[in-house]
Design a protein around this ligand. Sequence first.
Ligand SMILES: Cc1ncc(C[n+]2csc(CCOP(=O)(O)OP(=O)(O)O)c2C)c(N)n1
Length: 662
Amino acid sequence: MSRYLEMVSAPSQVKKLTLEQLQQLAEEIRLELIEGLSRNGGHLGPNLGVVELTIALHYVFNTPKDKFVWDVSHQVYVHKLLTDRRDRFRTIRSTGGLSGFAMRSESEHDCYGAAHAGTALSAALGICAARDRRGSDENVVAIIGDAALTNGISFEALNNLAHTTKRFIAILNDNEWSIAKNVGAISSYLNKLITHPSYNKLARDFEKFVRRLPKGELALKLARKAEEGFKGAITDVSLQPSPSMMEADGRGGYGNSLIFEEMGLRYLGPIDGHDLPLVISTLEFAKTCDQPIVIHVLTKKGKGFEAALKNPEKFHGLGPYDVATGATLPAKTGAPPNWQDVFGNAMVKLCQKDNSIVGITAAMPSGTSLKILEKAMPDRYYDVGIAEEHAVLFACGMATMGLHPICAIYSTFLQRAYDCIVHDAALQDLPVIFCMDRAGLSPQDGPTHHGLFDISYVRSVPNCIAMAPKDEDELVDMMFTATHEQHPTFIRYPRGPAEGVPIKDQPRLLEIGKAEIVQSFANDGGRKVALFALGNMMNLARKAAPKLAAEGCDVAIINPRFVKPLDAGATEFFGRAADVVVTLEDHVLMGGYGSAVLELFNEKRVTTPVVQIGWPDQFIEHASNVEDLRRKYGLTVENIISRVKAEMVSAPMERRSDLAIA
Ligand SMILES: Cc1ncc(C[n+]2csc(CCOP(=O)(O)OP(=O)(O)O)c2C)c(N)n1
C-alpha cells in the first residue's frame, strides 16, 4: 500500500487529505523520522514532538506566501518532508545533502534561516512590519520553543510586538525541555500556566468551542466574536484571582499577571499539540485574529519513540542509533576522550583545588560536558539558560568579586556575546575565562555552527589572552594557566576526539605568549620550511613534516600556543630563518592566526613568503565529516606540500637565509 507520505510532496496536497488521512500521515512521518535518521543521526526528539503541529500548519496556511519562521529550526525536518524535499530527506546533514536547519537557499518554503536560538520572534516581526508597510496579507507564524523563549532577544521582540503590528501568530511549542531540562523563572512560569486550574478550565472551554467551529465564512464570524469573549475571560482570570489562587502563592495567585497579555498579545492555551483536529481549529481561529496572538502548545519531545521519550536530552540531537532499541554506538575502546570531556574533568580538578573557580554554561551542560562539574560539585556550577550575553555579564560580575568564572560556550554561540566581551570583560580587564568549545568545524550542522571566527573577534580586543592547545594535556595546562591570570582569557578547542596523549597529574603553568618549538631546523642544507601549526593543526603539521623532508626540505615545527600575545621572538626568528613559512589554523584566514603572523612580519620587515592554510572568506557548508570539508578547501597534507613547492619555485634562491638555528 502506498503511503500518504509518498503522495504528499507539497503543502497543497496536505490540504486535500481528510482528518483520518492526516493522522495516518503523522504516523508515517514518525516512522520516516525514526528510520530515516538512524544512519546519520540528527535532531530526532524535537522533530517527533512537532509532527502534528507541522502538519496542522501546512493544512491551515499556504507557504511560501504565508511565512513560517522557526526558532533554532532544528525542528524543521517534518516541514522539509512536506515541502518538496522528501526524496532527499535521508541525505540530511550529510555531504551534498539537505541542511539540518531551515535555509533560504534550500527552499522557497524556508523564508528565514536559523540555528542559533531566540531569533524567530524578531525576524517574524520584521516580516510583519514589511508586510504591513506594503499592505499585503501574508500570515506570519513564528514557532518558538519554551527554552528559546527564555533568550534575551525573544523578550526584546515581545516588548516591541504589539505596537508594531496587529497580525502576528506565535506558537509556543512547550515540551519543558531545552537540550537538557529547561531552567529558570520563565520555565517555572510556563509550568504554572500548564497546571493552573483556571487556565485549564479556560483552555477546555476554548477547546470545546473551536472543536465545534464550522468551516468557511461562518467560522470567521464566530471566531471574531469568540475572540472578544475569550479576551474577557482571560482578563477575568488575570485580574481577579480567586481565593484558591491567593492561596497558591500568597501574592494573588499564579496567573495574576499573564505575561503575554500584559505585553499586548492574546494568549490561547495551553492546548495539546498532538491533538491534530484541535491544533488545526486553533490555527484557523488564530488566522482570524486582528491582535498578535500566542498559542501555547504542549508537546512531548520524542513522541512515538520510547527510547527518545525516556531520554529527551540524549535524543535532542544524536548520532546513528538502533531503530529497535535506540541504542547508540558505544565509544571505541581505547579511543581518545572527547575534548569536552577533558574540559569537564579538568573543571572538577581545578575547582577542587581552587575555591575561586566556578563553571558557567548557557544551556549546554552535556554539549560542553560541564555536567561533569554539576554532578561532582553542584554548588560550583551555573546553568543560566540560552543566554550567552547574560552568561558573560554574570561571569564579569563574579570576577569583580574575586572569583575566576569559567564560561564554557561554543565558539559560534559566543559570537552573540561579543559586546559583553569587549565592553565588560576586556574594557574592565576582568579575569573571566572563556573555554570555547567547537572551535573549528561542526561538520553536520554546517555554517551556523562552525566555530571559525573566534580568533579574529578576540584578537582585535585589547587585554585579551587567546590560546589554542595542540592536545588535551595542553588544554588542561592552559585552563590551569588561565586561572592564574588577571585578564580575560580565551581557550579554543575543537569538537570530537582529542589526540590521545596522557594527561599529567599536575598541570603546568605556561608562560604567557611563549610558543613551543616542537622541531627545530636540522641545518642539513635542505630548504627551510617553518610550520606554525595552531592548536589541532599540529596533527596536520606532524603528518606534513616527513613528506616535506622527503622532498628535500629542512622542516621546523612550531606550536604557537598563543594567538595573543604572539611569541614575537620565536615567530620572527623562524620567519627570518625559513625560506617558506606555513601557518596552519582551523579558522578563517581573514583576521586569523596567519594574519597575526603577517602583521608581525610586516612590522619586523621579515620578507619570507607565507603560505596560509585555513578556511577561505566564505561560509563553509555542512558535510558528513571534517575530512570531506578539509579535502575540498585544502586543509590537507597534499595541499601544504604543493603550496610549499610552488613557493620554492617562485622564490629566488638568494632569498634563502643561511642563519644557523640552534
Ligand atoms: C544562541 C544559542 N545557544 C545555544 C544553542 C544550542 N541549542 C540548540 S537547540 C537548544 C534547545 C532549544 O530548546 P527549545 O527552544 O525549547 O526547543 P526544543 O528543542 O525543546 O523543541 C539549544 C540550547 C543554540 N542553538 N543557540
